[in-house]
Design a protein around this ligand. Structure first.
Ligand code: G4P
Length: 529
């Protein structure tokens, strides 16, 4: 198959949702359609989150929370589909944000009864800012939920999206009869048998025909006709380009658990979802069909095999072919590296692969060379942008609890931060180290891993910080900036990249500082240039 064909048939996406909306269930059903797993429940019983193959750290298994982001790939109708799984737990939101830099589109799962929830709002906002094409899947139609139009309104308002329903439910909960597929112009009748993987689909070319009344009863048929007329009147006609540009978002209804409406979603998805997209680097825009290989690290997994202390760096291929045993330039280090056993991911297993194409993810064994955001090329100096750090929510001093193991402790902290487990700040005043995290859970993860992987012990001490703000001074030589540096010295730190950060202890103090130093901008994310 030609290089271009390989690129065009790839669909790399992420599924995002609030926990419990049905992301895992939907992933499982998609894998079923791809023939990547044989029975319903295969993924579920391992529960991608709790599985042995797709989450690698013992601690994850213990906690049953998906700390890790895994890759699930499968073939469907000639398409190569790569799903990048994202942890739903809010303490690991930063992980999800980083994964979103490696997807070409997303599917947003919304629970029909709960509607738009907090975590969905945050994740969709990130996608919206990056103009990532989104498809919405409204799940659990077999249960009583919100009225379809109300829910579409809620999605438009809370998620600030412009939705276009491409399917529409007929009834809901006990009265759920099926789904009219606006995209394919047919009806899927719901039998409510979750073990049945084959749905009964009936072509309906004329909505006014009596056939519709026979299929779902006159009352439902009339309601459907009215509702579809409303849909027609309210929502614009679907336009693929507008979806690809991130301006409109098609919506599908279904029930992942019952495998209902999932095939329709997948069939439409492969047709409209983007092939691997160009990516902006600091130097230039890189097109997927360029001959030379480039890619970037968006995720690092540690200690997959307890017998070998190695890590797996997940690289998204942006352009060219990635080939095994070929030397590639690690741009930040300025040195060439060769990979003898790059991993590709298929459903739930990983295998060594000789060639990978744009859109694919390869896992590279790493002994500490990589950190998140690193770029690999065939020689060109390119630095991919867009792996931001956000202000953590929690801050604690980290202390060494075993003076004989300080070397191990610092190495451990250094590597865990490279993996993006948390953020490290070093205070200007006294060089003390502060760990910032999105959730309190990460402190336990860090403590556990330092002990089990590095043989080091740590303790924490609370530090009262409201937000970490990256400092952006108009004129770093100005008197006002010098004054700021002197007056606020106690609150200043550097992040791991050496960027200056102001650790504001309250919203009030941040406001006062902003007022006093109008020439300095305080950013809640490291990505502001
Ligand atoms: P998540 O990954 O987004 O966190 O959600 P997950 O798929 O684990 O689904 C959360 C719960 O919702 C599960 O029930 C799952 O079976 C259920 N669910 C998913 N899709 C549907 C649907 O279409 N209809 C209905 N009625 N339920 C659905 P659970 O009891 O928490 O877990 P389990 O015991 O079934 O594993």
């Amino acid at each position: 198959m030609s290089f271009t064909k390989e690129i065009n048939r790839r669909r790399t996406f992420g599924i995002i949702s609030h926990p419990d909306a049905g992301k895992t269930t939907l992933t499982e059903k998609l894998l079923l359609f791809g023939g990547a797993i044989q029975e319903a429940g295969a993924v579920k019983s391992n529960k991608i989150k709790k599985g042995a193959t797709s989450d690698f750290m013992e601690i994850e298994r213990q906690r049953g929370i998906s700390v890790a982001t895994s890759v699930l790939a499968f073939e469907y109708n000639g398409y190569k589909i790569n799903i990048l799984d994202t942890p739903g737990h809010k303490d690991f939101a930063e992980d999800t944000f980083r994964t979103l830099t490696a997807v070409d589109s997303v599917i947003v799962v919304v629970d029909v009864a709960k509607g738009v929830e907090e975590q969905t709002e945050k994740l969709v906002e990130v996608c919206r800012m990056r103009n990532i094409p989104m498809i919405v899947f409204i799940n659990k139609l077999d249960r009583e939920g919100k009225d379809a139009f109300d829910l579409l309104d809620e999605i438009e308002q809370k998620l600030k999206l412009n939705v276009i329903p491409l399917s529409f439910p007929i009834g809901m909960g006990y009265d759920f009869k099926g789904i009219y597929n606006i995209w394919e112009k047919n009806i899927n009748l719901f039998s409510g048998d979750s073990r049945k993987n084959i749905e009964e689909t009936v072509e309906i070319s004329d909505l006014q025909s009596d056939e519709l009344d026979t299929l779902i009863g006159s009352k439902s048929a009339n309601t459907l006709r009215e509702e579809l007329e409303l849909v027609d009147g309210i929502y614009p006609t679907f336009d693929k380009q507008s979806y690809l540009d991130g301006h409109t978002q098609p919506v599908f209804f279904g029930s992942a658990l019952n495998n209902f409406g999932v095939r329709e979603l997948l069939d439409c998805f492969v047709e409209i979802a983007p092939k691997p997209r160009p990516k902006q680097s600091e130097e230039r825009l890189v097109q997927p069909d360029e001959k030379a290989f480039t890619g970037f690290v968006f995720k690092i997994h540690a200690n997959m095999d307890p017998n070998h202390r190695d890590r797996l760096a997940f690289v998204k291929i942006v352009s060219g072919k990635f080939e095994r045993n070929t030397p590639y330039l690690h741009v930040r280090h300025g040195k060439k590296l060769k990979f003898s056993s790059p991993n590709a991911f298929f459903a739930e297993k990983k295998e060594i692969v000789d060639v990978s194409y744009p859109g694919d993810i390869v896992g590279l064994h790493d002994t500490g060379n990589f950190k998140i955001g690193d770029t690999l090329t065939e020689g060109e100096i390119i630095n991919y942008k867009g792996i931001p750090s956000f202000s953590p929510e929690h801050f604690r001093y980290i202390n060494n609890a075993d003076p004989l193991k300080s070397k191990q402790l610092f190495k451990g902290i250094d590597q865990l931060m490279d993996e993006g487990v948390a953020q490290l700040f070093t205070l200007e005043l006294n060089g003390r180290k502060v760990i910032g995290t999105v959730g309190a859970l990460q402190y336990e993860v860090i403590q556990y891993r330092l002990e089990h992987e590095y043989g080091a012990k740590c303790t924490y001490e609370n530090l009262n910080v409201y937000k970490a703000c990256w400092v952006d001074a108009k004129d770093p030589k100005s008197e006002s900036f010098k004054d700021f540096m002197a007056v606020k010295q106690r609150y200043l730190a550097t992040d791991k990249q050496g960027q200056l950060v102001f650790l504001a202890d309250s919203q009030f103090s941040l406001q006062m500082t902003q007022q006093k130093y109008p020439d300095i901008t305080f950013h809640f994310t490291s990505e502001f240039r």
